[in-house]
Write a protein that binds this ligand. Structure first.
Ligand code: FE2
Length: 352
């Protein structure tokens, strides 16, 4: 679990005082910041960089890659003699995951791709702080960092992955474009549906999942909330949804969306929406609500993206999806292989 968290409008201003006790002599803090904030001087000034601290702007245009993690780590190691005092990620799921991975790879040998899987990390990561600027992915709270590697899209799942500190300031999510808000918010909604309908469900996960599910309905269906209320609630929904899957697992939508992402580069939020729209067979009630929310907010989901795949691309997509064994086990039970065949997956992908 994340051991320390602050929440509240404007709490981002506490970041310098939170970091100060963690500073080690001559060892910088490295800030990995979404490059949408490149021109945002006000936000950058609030971070209050000192001494040899370094700010690195990162594009979230593409999802994080193991190679990208390796490059950032290599650059940090060659620029600084001392191991950084900490890594601070300021951005959405991609930047948060990248920050977690960089902090792990600063203390572990080899390439990030060596650690994609469950509990492969040997050494404790460098102190790392997460500051989400969009809500829904749960990356701020999860024990994974999802990376695309040379062979697979898979997270580094370990006890060293979660942030040491998270700063939840709902005001940082002001200005997120509407489609992005919806797609990322639906990532949270889908986490809840997949967790609550999975075979791995337990009371611990359930209590978080149910709370996040209710918050999502309040945010995306009722329409009576002020923007301030809605931002605060979505930030907490993301947290609770993330907690729910951390102690159970995701399901069909995530497995299939990973396939889309690996072959077509489809981003996680929109990828989940593309897939989930066609999963009524597996999650009837969740998909019904999803369609209602989509209509209500007048959101377009891209269509026909699998129409022109080559056979090789389709087979790769299916391979990637099927490789996520725990997701299928959670969704369909131990005999999932009888239920989800390659033909069935192909039929579903062709609808998307
Ligand atoms: Fe997700």
């Amino acid at each position: 679990m994340v051991p320390k968290v602050v929440f509240g409008r404007g709490c981002f201003d506490q970041l310098p005082s939170i970091l100060a006790p963690q500073r080690k002599d001559k060892a910088p803090f490295i800030y990995l910041v979404d490059d949408v904030f490149k021109e945002n001087e006000e936000l950058i000034n609030r971070m209050n960089l000192r001494f040899n601290d370094k700010l690195i702007f990162v594009s979230a245009e593409e999802e994080p890659k193991t190679e990208q993690v390796d490059t950032i780590v290599k650059n940090i190691k060659s620029e600084f003699t001392y191991r950084p005092s900490g890594i601070i990620g300021v951005g959405g799921g991609s930047i948060l995951d990248l920050s977690k991975a960089v902090s792990i790879m600063l203390t572990n040998k080899g390439s990030a791709s060596d650690y994609q899987g469950w509990d492969l990390v040997k050494n404790k990561a460098v102190y790392h702080v997460g500051v989400p600027t969009i809500s829904g992915t749960g990356a701020e709270v999860s024990r994974t960092t999802v990376l695309t590697g040379p062979e697979k899209k898979l997270g580094i799942n370990s006890d060293f992955t979660p942030f040491d500190q998270v700063v939840l300031d709902p005001d940082l999510t002001v200005g997120v474009p509407k489609n992005q808000w919806f797609y990322t918010g639906m990532d949270c909604f889908i986490h809840c549906v997949e967790s609550l309908n999975g075979t791995f469900l337990n009371e611990f996960s359930k209590s978080y999942g149910e709370k996040a599910y209710d918050l999502c309905k309040e945010i995306f269906m009722n329409g009576n909330l002020t923007e301030v209320e809605s931002r605060g609630k979505l930030m907490m929904a993301s947290w609770h949804g993330g907690m729910s899957i951390a102690y159970s697992q995701v399901g069909v939508a995530h497995a299939m969306s990973y396939g889309l992402s690996y072959v077509l580069g489809t981003k996680h939020g929109v990828g989940n929406c593309i897939v989930f729209d066609h999963l009524e067979e597996y999650y009837p009630e969740g998909v019904r609500l999803f369609k209602e929310m989509k209509e209500y907010h007048n959101i377009d989901i891209p269509q026909g993206i699998c129409g022109n795949l080559t056979d090789y691309q389709m087979e790769t997509m299916i391979d990637i999806a099927l490789s996520l064994v725990p997701l299928w086990e959670n969704a369909l039970g131990e005999d999932w292989e009888q239920k989800m065949t390659r033909d069935k997956l192909k039929e579903l992908y062709l609808k998307m």
